[in-house]
Design a protein around this ligand. Structure first.
Ligand SMILES: Nc1ncnc2c1ncn2[C@@H]1O[C@H](COP(=O)(O)OP(=O)(O)O)[C@@H](O)[C@H]1O
Ligand SMILES: [Mg+2]
Length: 459
């Protein structure tokens, strides 16, 4: 029997021409983009609530007592019966399992924290009076799991009871889609906060110019408009009661062109401080516990702003040779980028006897994502040996649950476990719970460090 030839032999040129279709003009790109937008709209509209918004699923008694509030199920039921004012949940069938909204879960947790056993951790550790921790998830390679990791961490932190803000710095807006954000243009992204920071700097600079007898640099419409914007104008509610969002959209990419132009105009503008100082100035750090920054797959100005704002930097990567290799180069780029900013600032600072700029992060960790233990164990062990403490030992397994969940459901925490085999669900969830546990150890450790430092300073 003769085997058929592989498919790339004997391609008939005339047939190939016939299948080819006409050549492409620029306008075709916009037609394709429109087709994608229509298809996306179709998918995104499935399963939305009446107001056209995403809605979060309900949580069952099993899930609450298993994952969210550490009490035995019978005790949980007893407490609910004894307190008719507490949310009682709803069931689909007479006497069936009771289901609760996340808002209700948060109220129940607050009740247990106030009334329950004092030796149990109902509320996660959060030192009073300290600002939110900012967490950037970055790697200049795309597809390594930045957005998935940031979104899952945001959701697990919210389930754990923290108040979370998610900031999308990627103009592709994947994080914004996950949280159902609506962003019309760049003025609904972080862009105006960056512009405002520059505009305020320019006004001070202009004062100095006037004092010197130089003509001021005029503020254009964008900058004047940005001066009116507050972070609160940009923050959107999401379908998660304790996750808010500053979204992104394609026009945010404009920042990558605009920021260097501003910097050329006023060399003394500290562009890397724009995001962190604007959020701080508007009191955002006092309104949340944790702020996650999802960054684009590039070390551009938006990423630099996100990284310099961050207290904790997480670098996701797959356990493959190529991702290990490019992550190494990413750290090399981080070094040269931030060292050159420090160097540029410190020549002047040294000359003037001023304090020198030195960037500092509370913690920097790489995380292995989309891990396949059967294939990648050896490579992961090698990476661990070379990276030591910088690579968290928990592996985030590849799980089909992420892709399978459907249009309206983003990841394991939004999925209804009844859609899966209970085992599969538990395993898929466990791997993201472990990533969260690894992160929460960093979070708590850095907060404790700050708390002790503040206590020492007060003595
Ligand atoms: N643990 C995982 N298991 C399976 N698929 C994953 C996992 N993490 C991410 N993915 C998938 O990998 C792709 C890239 O992930 P994403 O988070 O968008 O990467 P990035 O933000 O770095 O570009 C997405 O399709 C996502 O669903
Ligand atoms: Mg992404």
């Amino acid at each position: 029997m003769s085997e058929a030839l592989p498919p790339y032999f004997n391609i008939d040129p005339d047939r190939a021409l016939k299948d080819l279709g006409p050549s492409f003009s620029t306008a075709r790109f916009s037609e394709i983009a429109e087709a994608c937008a229509r298809g996306r709209g179709d998918l995104a509209s499935r399963g939305l609530d009446e107001a056209g918004r995403k809605s979060l699923r309900l949580f069952s008694t099993w899930e609450i007592t298993r994952y969210l509030i550490p009490v035995a199920t019978p005790h949980f039921r007893r407490v609910l019966r004894a307190n008719p004012d507490l949310p009682q949940g709803r069931s689909e069938t007479e006497g069936g399992a009771k289901w609760f909204t996340l808002d209700e879960v948060l109220r129940l947790r607050a009740h247990f924290a106030a009334e329950g056993a004092k030796n149990k951790e109902y509320l996660p550790y959060r030192p009073e009076g300290l600002p939110a921790k900012m967490v950037a998830v970055a790697n200049f390679k795309g597809g390594v799991g930045k957005t998935s990791t940031a979104a899952h961490l945001a959701m697990s932190a919210a389930l754990d009871g923290y108040k979370v803000l998610v900031v999308d710095l990627d103009s592709q807006g994947s994080m914004t889609s996950i949280f159902g954000g609506a962003v019309e243009d760049e003025f609904e992204t972080v862009f105006p906060l960056l512009a405002r920071h520059y505009a305020r700097h320019l006004r001070q600079e202009n004062q100095r110019r006037l004092d010197r007898g130089d003509p001021p640099i005029p503020l254009d419409d964008t900058l004047s408009e940005a001066l009116e914007v507050k972070a609160a104008d940009l923050i959107q509610k999401t379908h998660w009661p304790n996750i808010d969002l500053i979204g992104a959209q394609l026009n945010l990419y404009w920042s990558e062109f605009q920021i260097p132009v501003w910097r050329m105009q006023a060399r003394s503008w500290k562009l890397w401080e724009a995001l962190t100082e604007s959020l701080e100035a508007d009191g955002v750090l006092d309104q949340y516990d944790v702020i996650f920054l999802d960054t684009p797959p590039a070390l551009g100005y938006l990423t630099i702003n996100g990284l310099s704002a961050a207290d904790i930097l997480l670098v996701p990567m797959g356990a493959s040779f190529l991702e290990f290799d490019s992550t190494g180069r990413f750290f090399d780029m981080l070094h040269s980028t931030f060292a050159s900013i420090e160097e540029g600032e410190n020549i002047a600072a040294r000359a003037l006897g001023r304090e020198e700029l030195a960037f500092e992060w509370d913690a920097v960790r790489a995380v292995i994502t989309r891990y396949d233990g059967a294939q990648q164990g050896e490579l992961a062990a090698l990476m661990q040996a070379y990276l030591g403490q910088v690579l968290v030992p928990e592996r985030q397994d590849f799980t089909a649950l992420i892709g399978q969940a459907g249009e309206q459901v983003s990841g394991i925490y939004e999925a209804d476990y009844r859609d899966f085999n209970r085992e599969t669900y538990a395993r898929g969830r466990a791997t993201f719970d472990e990533t969260y546990a690894a992160f929460k150890r960093l979070l708590i450790g850095t907060w404790r460090r700050d708390e002790l430092a503040a206590r020492e300073a007060a003595e």
